[in-house]
Ligand binder design. Structure first.
Ligand code: HEC
Length: 176
């Protein structure tokens, strides 16, 4: 009974046993290794951080202002689309479609959204379509186009965001 008391944890025993010191070094090595692996993945993977970042408030604000100046007349308040957009679908006079979660902008990768806005031509899968009569490149700067896309993203659902990010990463992977 007393034997146990003598070897109880915390009893003064001079140095920590060699095995526990070795354990500490192994622990440190494992931690360092994990950090190295995570850093490697973060650096080499096409990053999750897009040029259009819905979390970047300044960028989103720029997107909102750009939208109000150049897009809102056709695409409606707060990206909601013109109230008549349903009724005019596929007609010559198609009214501006929603760019928020009600629309299908999130089907397009970052790059394709960018080029659709810049050139006026939307490429989706195998299909190419003239969406605007005039390209916006020239009127709207590259930074403003990325900001517009960041602004769209603030309205998408978590699932849409996730899916669109996957599409973007997949296309970036193919492009390399
Ligand atoms: C003159 C009206 C008009 C203006 C101004 C306009 N759009 Fe559009 N936009 C449309 C119409 C109409 C469509 C739908 C074309 C179609 O699908 O046939 C469209 C389609 C789009 C699409 C494709 C949507 C999708 O789901 O595939 C994007 C993205 C888009 N517009 C972004 C913008 C942005 C950003 C601006 C401002 C820089 C803008 N548009 C300004 C009328 C306009």
């Amino acid at each position: 009974m007393n034997d146990q008391a003598n070897t109880a944890p915390g009893a003064p025993s001079g140095e920590a046993p060699a095995s526990s010191r070795a354990g500490l070094w192994v622990g440190l090595a494992v931690t360092a290794f994990c950090i190295a692996v995570i850093t490697y993945i973060a650096v080499t993977r096409p990053t999750g951080t897009s040029l259009a970042d819905a979390e970047n408030k300044a960028q989103v604000d720029l997107g909102r202002v750009t939208y109000q100046q150049h897009c809102m007349d056709c695409h409606g308040e707060r990206l909601k689309g013109k109230p008549t957009w349903h009724r005019t679908i596929k007609s010559q006079n198609q009214a501006g479609t929603p760019l928020n979660a009600d629309g299908v902008t999130w089907h397009l990768s970052d790059q394709r959204l960018f080029s659709a806005i810049a050139t006026g031509v939307r490429v989706k899968g195998e299909k190419t379509k003239q969406i605007h009569d005039v390209p916006f490149a020239g009127t709207v700067s590259d930074d403003e186009i990325w900001a517009l896309i960041a602004y769209f993203k603030t309205t998408w659902t978590a699932r849409q965001l996730h899916s669109q990010q996957e599409t973007t990463l997949r296309e970036m992977g193919q492009a390399r």
